[in-house]
Design a protein around this ligand. Structure first.
Ligand code: HSE
Length: 406
């Protein structure tokens, strides 16, 4: 029997207990590990739940019990999750987590501590919820040099964008409805401003490219400026708007950014709707692969966490995480990256104003979406810097912009 302690009996923590107990026999049969949840650390008591007899309020009970070999951290936030994780790893216990904030902020250090103490620090559920992506990047795709990751890695924003398009609604109305239904947090900032996706692409890219990508260096735009007008143009163009977390590496430089993009119908990411996530990966030998599934939710996320528990139980006494180097990956400034842009401009098609704007951008055609007093342009491929220069020259004639995925 391998004793496991779960820190935090919230949505994911209680899901972990459920997965380990419901699937105990099948996990034993398939993976040869006999898991038992010995303790659950929480500030609260749960008198009506059978878990109560395993609830502890003091982390020292867990750290001082040599039977506990694996600690599951599902507390949220970075404190005390950070200090508990550090202490558990220093005591030679394996840790796994579903929390991307901690991994994005302290992952490099915690991976180093794990290795020093012949323990593992795993975080499959931190990106893409229940979708296997960290382990495939680390093992199944270990033979490849990965040069691109593009993901729809935030279910809340994908739900909002899908619903805006399906029901012709405005951002604020869909957000309010999503909050009512529990799909969006009461404080939705981390999701709608792109911070959650930013942390996820920083983790995935650090792992894929082998050097630390600091999430604070990743250019990030959320979806709060997307209106029903952008959605109408997208439909007119036969495209969909998706919040993409993108990174690309070429030789020793990488690009990493999060922003809403127009995605063509020929792109598999076009068909990723609602709360689903998808992560597209390109490798130099593999070519293209896409990982698709439930990016959040109690059981799906817990299933990914327990996959880490199983791997740790099978490899006790050694560190299985291939860690990234602590040195920072050099990032190309976003201003130097090239792409096409869709630009909403004030003015009717056929007027000098619009002809001049089109010529400033080098755009050859004008897009109409039936919106009075405005139209859209698609620029040729240009750098972000060049786009910004053209846009600045046109001032408030620019009504909006979305990048187009190449
Ligand atoms: N807030 C996240 C999302 C949850 O909407 O995808 C999973 O990390």
């Amino acid at each position: 029997m391998i004793a496991v302690a779960v820190l935090g009996y919230g949505t994911v923590g209680s899901g972990v207990v459920k997965v380990i107990e419901t699937n105990h026999d099948s996990i034993l049969e398939k993976n040869g590990v006999d898991l038992e949840v010995k303790y659950v650390l929480d500030l609260r008591d749960f008198p009506d739940d059978p878990i109560q007899k395993r609830i502890v309020h003091d982390f020292d009970v867990i750290i001082n019990d040599p039977e506990v070999r694996i600690v599951v951290e599902t507390m949220g936030g970075t404190n005390p999750a950070y200090s508990f994780t550090k202490r558990a790893l220093e005591a030679g216990k394996c840790v796994c987590t579903s929390k991307k904030e901690l991994v994005a902020r302290h992952g490099t250090e915690l991976l180093g501590i794990a290795q020093e103490h012949h323990a593992s620090y795993l975080f499959e559920a931190s990106c893409g919820g229940g979708i296997p992506i960290i382990r495939p990047l680390r093992t199944s795709l270990g033979a490849d040099v990965i040069d691109e990751i593009t993901g729809i890695v935030n279910g809340t924003t994908n739900y909002i964008l899908s619903k805006m398009a399906d029901e012709n609604l405005e951002f604020d109305d869909v957000l309010r409805d999503a909050q009512k239904k529990g799909y969006a947090e009461r404080n939705p900032e981390a999701d709608v401003e792109g911070h959650d996706a930013c942390r996820k692409i920083a983790i995935l890219s650090s792992l894929a490219y082998g050097k630390r990508i600091d999430y604070t260096d990743v250019y990030t735009e959320g979806i709060t400026k997307i209106t029903s007008a952008e959605v109408r143009y997208a439909k007119e163009l036969g495209m969909a708007i998706r919040l993409l977390a993108y990174s690309h590496r070429e030789k020793d430089t990488a690009i990493a950014m999060v922003a809403p993009y127009l995605v063509r119908k020929t792109d598999p990411l076009y068909f990723v709707n609602g709360v689903f996530n998808a992560i597209f990966v390109h490798g130099n030998m593999l070519g293209d692969a896409m990982f698709y599934g439930q990016g959040a939710g109690k059981e799906a996320t817990a299933s990914a966490v327990v996959s880490d528990v199983i791997e740790e139980a099978q490899t006790l006494g050694r560190s299985v995480m291939s860690k990234w180097k602590p040195e920072k990956q050099k990032l190309q400034p976003v201003a130097e990256t090239e792409k096409q842009f869709f630009v909403r401009i004030a003015g009717e098609e056929g007027t000098d104003r619009v002809r001049e704007a089109a010529s400033a951008f080098g755009a050859s055609s004008v897009v109409q979406a039936g919106l009075p007093g405005e139209c859209g342009l698609i620029t040729p491929v240009m750098t972000e810097r060049r786009y910004q220069e053209c846009a600045a020259a046109l001032g408030n004639q620019i009504l909006g912009m979305i990048r187009i995925r190449g």
